[in-house]
Design a protein around this ligand. Structure first.
Ligand code: ATP
Ligand code: AH0
Length: 397
């Protein structure tokens, strides 16, 4: 309808935009909602995080998603039902949050919805030569738009794949626009279910920006903490701190094709799951391993594989500073182990003015801002960072 196109045109040409960024990641902990006020675009992007909240998922909702999450065999009807249902639930969460904030939906220009990743299958993982990289996020954008009355941009990852990427990590774009700093080489490390980082060179050349997943962040920790301790996660690393790293198992866990693939690469819980750890335990022939030692070992695995990936990216002697975000930044055992491996303090992204818990949701708002109001930014020919706009536009009526 013409009125929607005209509204979009108006939003695109406005001085600034109010965009709600949404993120519901691989940890399935809840929906992050970041209300952002964004001026301009690209490297001139000016961001103010007006409000942020995380709406925790109810157990039943999380369990529904888990029936299909990162599984090769699923009930196809369940997938079909969850696609609109997640969109609807997210839409309701946004409406309730806006009501709590006393903000009318008509005062919001756009919603940027990541959706729920249910399967991630880069070619390096599925090994089927006739098929491209693939990834699937559900929680349909049309449902969010109709439920909230707000124009919604969603499904960001498909264009990245169409342009030669693996569909992730996408944080790199917003990282570059918001956090590049002249004369400081920066590593922005995000530790969610899966860990990834962006390298931002101090000379600011976009063509030298680099990003990759590194492997597990919290996904294995969460799984085994749930299974063995009946807790959702290892709060403040307390369990890991009470255990001892088992070097035999640690080495067996590192013996995985993913870790020897060249960078950049992406992954997910399709690889880093119960079977992966069980296979490694069996290979070691360990007859007994305490539950706390297992958590300590998995924490060290995340720390070592993150540190190793950073060291392989950074040229020796090059100075750099690390800023961490995501739930893993709240785990002092994980943070300390990375700091020890890299022989330097690991800072928090909060030092740069954005809360580490909000960062990913903010970055999707920035991606939507680029889609609607950006001039094309040129990231050169770097693998994994195609110079494209992303997301599909859903109108509310
Ligand atoms: N206080 C804490 N101590 C230890 N770990 C924590 C703490 N708070 C959060 N976490 C970890 O952070 C996880 C949530 O992280 P986050 O929300 O960044 O992940 P996500 O966005 O779902 O994942 P991804 O970025 O991979 O998509 C929790 O599941 C938990 O493992
Ligand atoms: C397919 C998918 O959802 N990948 C996520 C996941 O969670 C962390 C890591 O793996 C990252 O590559 C990505 O998310 C962030 C937001 C990204 O695209 O930058």
């Amino acid at each position: 309808m013409k009125k929607h196109i005209e509204r979009l045109h108006q939003i695109a040409n406005g001085e600034s935009r109010r965009i709600i960024g949404l993120m519901s990641g691989t940890s399935l902990d809840g929906l992050d909602i970041a209300l952002c006020h964004i001026e301009k675009s690209g490297t001139e992007t000016g961001l103010t995080l007006e409000k942020f909240t995380t709406i925790p998922y109810e157990d039943q909702f999380r369990d529904q998603i888990r029936t299909i999450f990162a599984k090769r065999q699923i009930d196809f009807q369940q997938l079909c039902l969850l696609n609109p249902y997640i969109g609807l639930v997210h839409g309701k969460m946004i409406k309730e949050t806006l009501a709590n904030w006393n903000i009318a939906p008509s005062d919001i220009d756009l919603i940027a919805s990541h959706g729920q990743t249910v399967f991630h299958a880069p070619q390096k993982q599925h090994h089927l030569p006739d098929f491209p990289n693939a990834t699937l996020q559900i929680g349909d954008g049309d449902h969010i738009a109709v439920e909230t009355g707000i124009i919604t941009i969603s499904d960001f990852r498909q264009k990245h794949i169409a342009a030669g990427g693996e569909g992730a990590p996408l944080a790199v774009y917003g990282d570059y626009f918001l956090f590049s700093k002249k004369d400081e080489n920066r590593i922005l490390l995000n530790m969610g279910g899966i860990a990834n980082f962006t390298y931002l060179p101090g000379h600011l050349d976009a063509a030298a920006v680099f990003t990759t997943d590194t492997g597990p962040g919290n996904t294995l920790l969460d799984y085994f903490t749930r299974k063995l301790f009946n807790k959702p996660f290892d709060e403040n690393g307390a369990i890991a701190a009470s255990g001892t790293v088992n070097e035999l198992l640690l080495n067996a866990l590192k013996f995985l094709p993913f870790f020897s693939l060249p960078f950049p690469k992406t992954t997910g819980p399709e690889v880093f799951n119960f079977e992966y750890v069980e296979t490694a335990i069996q290979k070691t022939g360990l007859s007994s391993l305490s539950n706390t030692d297992l958590i300590a070992t998995l924490t060290q695995l995340s720390a070592d594989t993150i540190s190793d990936a950073i060291l392989r990216t950074i040229e020796s002697e090059q100075e750099y500073r690390i800023y961490a975000s995501g739930g893993g930044a709240h785990n002092p055992v994980l943070m300390q182990a990375i700091s020890q491996n890299l022989n330097q303090d690991v800072g928090l992204i909060d030092e740069l003015g954005v809360s580490g818990d909000a960062k990913e949701a903010v970055l999707f708002a920035v991606l939507a801002n680029e889609t609607v109001a950006g001039m094309q930014s040129d990231f050169g020919k770097k693998e994994g960072v195609p110079s494209i706009s992303m997301g599909k536009i859903s109108f509310p009526g």
